[in-house]
Design a protein around this ligand. Structure first.
Ligand code: NAD
Length: 296
């Protein structure tokens, strides 16, 4: 099918590439020219704006960094809302349920359907097509796009209401953020007491402390000191803030996630929001006076 794709960053470039490789015709747009060139070299057609993408395809997907960028691309001037051909907008970004509902309402005024479709599984999952894809939207439209979403990862249809897919994603990312923050403190404690960090990870992964940070982020990016897992600290902070906002709006306690949010805020302030999210260990290391790096 013809698919428009806006936002070709860490995640979008892989998802768009996989759609091309599966035989779909892609119209792409990104504010960074070099991001578009990569996809054009693989057979995509470059568009000049989100509206231009939406003039050429009935289905438009977006993988954008922030809720504001999604609102602008979907409903702003030169946005998807102005497209002549577009029938459905699939948001693969993490924006929270409030923004999903806002975008859905604005697009509905032009008979464009909004489908929540945030993803989880990182750059590696995007590359391999193994993401968890959390979809909510009108059944008929979801059925039309499911074969394309199957190429990106495993599709979970969580409901029809706009925002439900986003709530699912925030619940997931509250846990990702917590696992990485908590594992950082546990690892720094062990190293300061004299344990070997590589062995600690082996033990944790054979025991009940096993989590996504101990399985992936520590072995791949923290122990080797590369800090290149592929997700920015600022984006993780955004997801934690959205999770907090969502929980508060629903009247759900936020003791744990509030504390986790403070660790991410500190990392944004001290290390920088543009740095990889695995740097969350660094403020803990600095205060303890040790580093958690592989010794062998
Ligand atoms: P990114 O910053 O690497 O990519 C975003 C892309 O959007 C960039 O290429 C940027 O140039 C482009 N862009 C920004 N504003 C634009 C605009 N107005 N018009 C067109 N293009 C624009 O971000 P990412 O890591 O790929 O994440 C994208 C989304 O996916 C985020 O919402 C993030 O929370 C979510 N996500 C990321 C990961 C991950 O591991 N990186 C995993 C799951 C979900």
């Amino acid at each position: 099918m013809d698919i428009g794709f806006v936002g070709l960053g860490n995640m979008g470039q892989h998802m768009a590439r996989r759609l091309i490789e599966a035989g779909h015709k892609l119209y792409v747009f990104d504010t960074r020219r070099e991001a578009m060139e990569k996809l054009v070299a693989l057979g995509a057609q470059a568009a000049s704006s989100p509206a231009d993408v939406a003039n050429r395809a009935e289905t438009v997907m977006a993988s954008l960094p922030t809720p504001d960028s999604v609102i602008a691309v979907a409903t702003g001037k030169g946005g998807v809302i102005e497209g002549k051909l577009v029938k459905r907008f699939i948001d693969l970004s993490t924006t929270g349920s409030r923004v999903a509902r806002q975008v859905a309402e604005a697009l509905a005024s032009r008979n464009i359907v909004q489908i929540d479709s945030p993803v989880s599984g990182g750059v590696n999952g995007a590359n391999k097509g193994t993401l968890a894809v959390m979809v909510s939207g009108p059944k008929a439209d979801v059925e039309i796009v499911k074969p394309a979403l199957d190429i990106i990862g495993r599709v979970f249809v969580v409901g029809e209401k706009p925002g439900l897919g986003q709530t699912m994603k925030l619940a997931n990312n509250m846990l990702t953020a917590t696992a990485l923050a908590a594992t950082s403190e546990a690892m720094v404690m062990g190293v300061k007491a004299g344990l070997d960090p590589t062995q600690m990870i082996e033990v944790i992964n054979a025991g009940s402390g096993r989590n996504t940070a101990s399985v992936d982020k520590f072995p791949k990016s923290i122990l080797p000191g590369t800090f290149d897992f592929g997700f920015a600290t600022g984006l993780m902070m955004k997801d934690v803030r959205l999770g907090l906002e969502e929980a508060k709006a629903l009247g759900v306690p936020t003791e744990v996630i509030s504390a986790v949010g403070r660790a991410w805020e500190l990392t944004c302030a001290e290390i920088g929001p543009e740095k990889d999210f695995t740097t969350i260990v660094q403020p803990v290391e600095k205060r303890a006076g040790v580093t958690v790096r592989a010794r062998r």
